[in-house]
Design a protein around this ligand. Sequence first.
Ligand SMILES: CCCCCCCCCC(=O)SCCNC(=O)CCNC(=O)[C@H](O)C(C)(C)COP(=O)(O)OP(=O)(O)OC[C@H]1O[C@@H](n2cnc3c(N)ncnc32)[C@H](O)[C@@H]1OP(=O)(O)O
Length: 208
Amino acid sequence: MSEPDSDKVDLRSEIPRFRPAAPPPSFGEFVENMRRLQDLAVCVDATDEVYQQARDRAAELVELLAPYAAREGKGPANRSMDLPGRGSLLMPPFHVEKFDEESVVARGVLRRYHLGGGGVAHGGVLPLIFDDNFGNVVYAAKRPISRTAYLHVNYRKVTPLDVPLIIEGKVDRVEGRKTFITARLTEEDGTLLADGEGLMVQLLPGQP
Ligand SMILES: CCCCCCCCCC(=O)SCCNC(=O)CCNC(=O)[C@H](O)C(C)(C)COP(=O)(O)OP(=O)(O)OC[C@H]1O[C@@H](n2cnc3c(N)ncnc32)[C@H](O)[C@@H]1OP(=O)(O)O
């Protein structure tokens, strides 16, 4: 049976209306264990016997979960606002601490999974953090639903792992359908690691 139209932000688009989830009690620990698994998957140096066992246990987990795969916007991942990264493994584990028309601030850490080289974060992870912040800024500023047209990141210093990080983004200016956003990624003491600028363009009816 098809889903009701009220689940869509725009009846002609495929973007589901965002509804925060109340996840089952064990979901948060499940996600954190999955994050630890990701950290280990990219760092362990084990014997083939260990990898065989890991392969088989991972296959059991896939078999357990596969029957419950649901459409976008239905499961708790990405919608659990009290969990790091909203409970989405794609998102680095950041918590939004401020969400209003003035700015959106989130705090979190990058971990072993996010390693690039030389003990610091992979550069590609930072645009993900900025893009998510830009999306939140547009939402918090009550701008119409928009997508990123471009995103520019200036890497000012290498970004450490396992150190609290803060991203703060705000609307710089609005020009018709265009919302220009700026953001800064810092350490807790204010050390600037990266700053970014992005253009979010309001979607027209029918744009996916
Ligand atoms: C739960 C809901 C989640 C919704 C999303 C949340 C936000 C998450 C952020 C994302 O990650 S979105 C995913 C990454 N982005 C994309 O996949 C976007 C793909 N691109 C598009 O869909 C279209 O290119 C876009 C909607 C951004 C713009 O296409 P349009 O055909 O609607 O715009 P048009 O070309 O008419 O340009 C509109 C204005 O923007 C300007 N513009 C567009 N792209 C630009 C660009 N890249 N650089 C500079 N200016 C740009 C363009 O010049 C023009 O300026 P003017 O109005 O002043 O003439």
